[in-house]
Design a protein around this ligand. Structure first.
Ligand code: ADP
Length: 261
């Protein structure tokens, strides 16, 4: 895919330049930021810009090192080694993106370590190979510093192997461009929605674990663009996904009614 066909990404700072420097200097990159702020879109955009294949792994607490590296699978009576996504990226080049890396189990970080320092190697105990990462291999990981439990945070020995970049919800002008691009909603209606998001985000921290994301704003705009009445669209996207607490939801609805009445 050429840069012209790269998935749409609205830059909010110099993140594309940082990504490119990191790639060319063979440094791994850690993206920090709340859910729905554009981390995944940014990575797929950069993969396309740099012309690299992308392996994405959504990490969860059952994910083991073998899910990343590969395993022997039974095929027609024989056991055949099958590369996992990380091994594929190391063997053939490209980006390997570990989304929500703090969710992964400890043995996953052990696999990451020799790949994220000067060695840039992936030892595969099961096949006896030690793969050297090619020039165009890059590891990118992301996590959300907002909702980590004490038990689940990245150890300094892991995080200090990465160049890190903080992403947040885009400033209003950029968020407006994103909402319009992703939903085709009329600009003035989208602007009202973005202004509402700014107000709703100010309520964050009081009773809400997470603020309304750009992703949810895009959902809201798509429902409005499809003809759904604005208060219904807002309830379904900016209220219900954020809280189960009746009082909190009513508080959010009040702010919404005050905007769209
Ligand atoms: P994250 O990976 O941080 O949870 P995503 O990358 O999945 O978030 O972003 C969610 C959605 O928000 C995207 O599908 C896209 O529609 C929109 N979005 C957020 N930020 C941007 C941006 N800077 N440029 C383009 N789209 C964006």
């Amino acid at each position: 895919m050429s840069a012209a066909e790269a998935p749409y990404y609205e830059p909010v700072g110099h993140e594309r330049e940082l990504f490119e420097y990191a790639f060319h200097r063979k440094l791994p990159l850690l993206l920090k930021g709340p859910t729905g702020c554009g981390k995944t879109r940014f990575v797929s955009h950069m993969a396309a810009r740099l012309g690299l294949p992308l392996q994405t792994v959504a990490c969860h607490d059952d994910l083991t090192a073998s899910d990343l590296t590969g395993r022997y699978l039974l095929q027609g009576g024989e056991t055949v080694w099958t590369d996992g996504p990380l091994t594929r990226a190391v063997r053939h080049g490209g980006l390997c993106y570990l989304d929500e890396v703090v969710e992964a189990r400890k043995d996953v970080t052990v696999v990451m370590h020799p790949l994220t320092d000067d060695r840039r190697v992936l030892p595969l105990d099961r096949t006896g190979e030690t793969l050297e990462a090619p020039e165009d291999f890059m590891m990118v990981a992301s996590y959300n510093p907002g909702y980590q439990h004490v038990l689940k945070s990245l150890k300094p020995s892991t995080r200090q192997r990465f160049v890190a970049l903080e992403l947040d919800f885009p400033p209003p002008e950029q968020e407006l461009a994103i909402v319009v691009h992703e939903s085709d909603l009329a600009r003035e209606r989208a602007r009202a929605l973005v202004n509402l998001a700014v107000r709703l985000r100010e309520l964050k921290g009081q009773d809400l674990e997470e603020a309304v994301s750009t992703r949810l704003l895009v959902y809201c705009a798509r429902l409005m663009q499809a003809g759904m009445p604005v208060l219904q669209a807002c309830r379904a996207t900016l209220v219900e996904p954020l809280s189960d607490d009746a009082d909190v939801r009513e508080g959010l609805m009040e702010t919404i009614r005050a905007t769209f009445g």
